[in-house]
Design a protein around this ligand. Structure first.
Ligand code: CO
Length: 405
């Protein structure tokens, strides 16, 4: 009879193959695992809608707004597992608070340069063939503080206006096929039903490509903060055009220079001109562990982990540098890798106790390589702070502290 490999032997051989492990799991006692046993023989009762363990405290971060109803909250990227952001931790950006909309009374009107203007109730929309896709959403202004040379102190503060969900809804093309765009129609204006009536112009070509009119997020209805009961998902494009609480789509023959594409969401460049309708969020990556705000327990083995995404397509490569960008090593893509979605990367690493920086650089399937901050700032300057996607560095100090400076 073959004797099972003992845990001690297994750990010893693993440790030998990995080099010195910084912290081994504890040896098992003779009496089995030593967790905290429940004091009562019976656990908690069932409940109709689940909540996480009271020991889990990860939360969105936001400052109180000076203007009521406006502001953003950030996703704790450093705490997430896998590629999906829990709906309750999805980043937020509001312009007039979160409206409470009764889906029985919500309607989507599609009109303008169409053959048959139509009003869809939620019931109408739910009867149409559904699609589900995993896509990231990112605010155009995510990582602006890194561009300005005031980098966020941890992944949440530097890159937290990014989340990734499975979105379910009806393809916008399905709805547009029903109204029949007229030949002159080349753009549309999408408008939200919140008090700010946030509206953006979108090219019809994108609308007919991969845009989703979504009612589902991660297996259930959208959260109110994410546009309940209906929102646009415009894969790979800046968060602001993914209109929440969607109530109206007007087909037109040109962009309409709405407030959020004239006064805001334009990118001022050094010659005094502004880039407009900069929709695509370009390839970006961030190491989430070890990262700012974390601590290494002495020299030894660590797993470098992070996230990469591109609004142009799929991530094909992530490289990591631990020597100020002098040399780069390929990380492993360790998750599902989907177009216009967050991908995970990992690289085993042995810290020798010296001061160094940790950086990641991603490439997407168009061949686009994430640039350095210097490269970006030399072209775009520091006036426009949207669409910054420079390489991010975290700094490891001798005492094991990891920080943003
Ligand atoms: Co833009």
């Amino acid at each position: 009879m073959r004797k099972d490999i003992s845990r001690r032997t297994f750990l010893a051989s693993t440790a030998a193959s990995l080099g010195a492990l910084s912290s081994l799991p504890h040896e098992m006692s003779r009496h089995g695992p030593s967790g905290t046993p429940s004091s009562s023989p019976l656990g908690a009762p069932r409940r109709p809608y689940g909540d996480r363990s009271p020991y889990e405290k990860s939360a969105r971060y936001f400052k109180p707004s000076s203007t009521p109803g406006t502001g953003a909250s950030r996703t704790p990227l450093q705490d997430l597992h896998g590629i999906i952001t829990p709906s309750a931790l999805h980043f937020e950006r509001h312009h007039a608070g979160v409206p409470q909309i009764d889906p029985r009374h919500h309607e989507l009107m599609i009109h303008g340069l169409v053959e048959r203007p139509l009003i869809f109730t939620m019931k109408d929309i739910l009867r149409l063939p559904p699609v589900s896709h995993i896509h990231f959403l990112e605010c155009a202004g995510n990582t602006a503080s890194d561009q300005l040379g005031q980098p966020g102190s941890d992944p949440q503060m530097s890159h937290g206006l990014l989340s990734c969900s499975e979105w379910t809804g009806v393809s916008l093309k399905t709805l547009l096929d029903q109204v029949g765009p007229r030949p002159k129609a080349s753009w549309l204006i999408a408008e939200g039903s919140d008090a700010s009536r946030l509206s953006r112009s979108l090219p019809l070509a994108k609308a007919l490509d991969d845009v989703i009119v979504a009612y589902g997020q991660n297996g259930e209805a959208l959260r109110p903060e994410q546009g309940y009961p209906l929102r646009l998902i415009v894969p790979g494009w800046e968060g602001n055009v993914n209109i929440k609480w969607l109530g109206r789509i007007d087909l037109v023959d040109q962009p309409y220079m709405t407030r959020d594409e004239a006064a805001f969401y334009t990118d001022l460049v050094p010659n005094g001109k502004a880039r407009m309708f900069t929709f695509v969020m370009e390839a970006k990556s961030v190491i989430t562990r070890p990262a700012g705000g974390q601590h290494l327990d002495g020299p030894g083995f660590y797993e470098i982990e992070g996230m990469a995404w591109s609004g142009r397509g799929s991530i094909t490569r992530v490289e990591v540098s631990t020597d100020e960008g002098k040399t780069w090593r390929d990380a492993e893509l360790s998750s599902l890798v989907l177009p216009k979605a967050v991908a995970r990367f990992r690289l085993p690493w042995r810290w020798d106790g010296s001061e160094l920086s940790l950086q990641s650089r991603c490439t997407d399937d168009t061949g686009y390589v994430q640039p350095t901050r210097d490269e970006l700032v030399s072209v775009r300057g520091l006036n426009g702070t949207d669409h910054y996607n420079g390489i991010k560095a975290w700094y490891v100090h001798r005492d094991g502290k990891v920080s943003h400076v």
